[in-house]
Design a protein around this ligand. Structure first.
Ligand code: ZN
Length: 325
């Protein structure tokens, strides 16, 4: 039903690509991250929640068609539908059905609770194409409430010491998730430009984000002591503006001790929008798939483990793209 090509995953019967990275006529998009949604497609099919994100990132005048979760679009006889992936706002697994066969492409996904992304729903299928970004048994995420308490304590301590807290997070997904996780009574939340722009797009689309301020619009003489600044990158200008700041990164990679030590940040919080190992194994079981194709990250470890369990598993040709978190 799907074949890897230099442009991305292609469905010959339906004549469309899933998350193509080169210009094609018809693109089915799992979610709005830049390594899945590229510019230059004649037409995009995605969830209706993803449409404003694509407009913002890829240009206002593209041909975007948004559908509801669970709604079916038929393309040359192939029934295509989108199902919640729990990764970021609008993210979806793509289910394809043709001639009695069902394939599901997971896109990026997670099983942990997220204040804004609709929770992942397992979809029964014969072939499941799963992401394996964190596909090693060492990756086990702490519960979001534990991490939220860690971030709140860090922010509170910084505020008490007269410092600004700066947390680095990806602009789509991670930034909003952190805003929704933390205790907004500790202090004001500020967003740097990319985060502010994405927040604005999402809030305008009706997502109820907690209040935040656009850092660029705050008077330069106003002290930021006690604030939580959410940013995609920490540079010298930002550190100068914050004067006395504590910095942190929020990522699945923070589960690895060495990453915490090596990074330039004071703290690392384990917050990932990808599935960890136990949830990856659970999800594969819940799809009931006879065949699993692994893509991105630790594909070989996952394939080996599934084969040992007697499942039919293989690596999907690696598309070799950089991963966003
Ligand atoms: Zn993603």
């Amino acid at each position: 039903m799907l074949v890897p090509t230099s442009h991305g995953l292609y469905c010959p019967q339906g004549d469309f690509f899933i998350d193509p990275r080169r210009s094609v006529a018809r693109a089915v998009i799992t979610h709005g991250h830049s390594d899945h949604a590229y510019r230059g497609m004649d037409a995009y099919l995605c969830t209706q929640e993803t449409v404003p994100i694509l407009r913002h990132r890829l240009g206002a005048h593209g041909h975007y068609h948004g559908v509801r979760y669970g709604e079916t679009v038929v393309m040359n006889g192939v029934r295509v539908s989108f199902h919640p992936a729990g990764h970021v706002i609008g993210s979806a697994q793509v289910r394809l059905e043709y001639a009695g066969e069902v394939w599901v492409v997971s896109g990026d996904y997670k099983r942990q609770a997220d204040p804004f992304a609709v929770s992942f729903e397992p979809v029964r299928c014969s072939t499941f194409i799963t992401e394996t970004t964190f596909g090693l048994p060492i990756y086990r995420w702490p519960s979001p409430s534990v991490v939220a308490a860690e971030i709140n304590n860090w922010w509170r301590e910084n505020a008490a010491a007269g410092r600004t807290s700066i947390i680095q997070a990806y602009s789509l997904g991670k930034a909003q998730r952190i805003m929704g996780m933390v205790d907004a009574s500790i202090g004001p939340m500020m967003a740097t430009s990319a985060v502010h722009a994405m927040n604005t797009v999402l809030a305008d689309a009706g997502h109820a984000l907690p209040p935040w301020k656009n850092l660029a619009a705050v008077d330069r003489n106003e002290p930021l002591t006690g604030s939580l600044v959410i940013t995609t990158g920490i540079d010298a200008a930002l550190l100068r503006r914050c004067k006395d700041a504590a910095t942190a990164s929020a990522s699945g990679w923070m589960a690895i001790r060495g990453f915490r030590r090596r990074g330039n940040h004071d703290r690392g919080f384990v917050v990932s929008d990808h599935t960890d190992w136990p949830d990856l194994m659970r999800t594969i079981r819940e799809t009931g798939a006879e065949r699993i194709l692994a893509t991105h990250g630790s594909t070989s470890a996952v394939v080996r483990t599934l084969q040992e369990q007697g499942l039919q598993a293989a690596e999907l040709e690696d598309v070799g793209m950089e991963r966003t978190e």
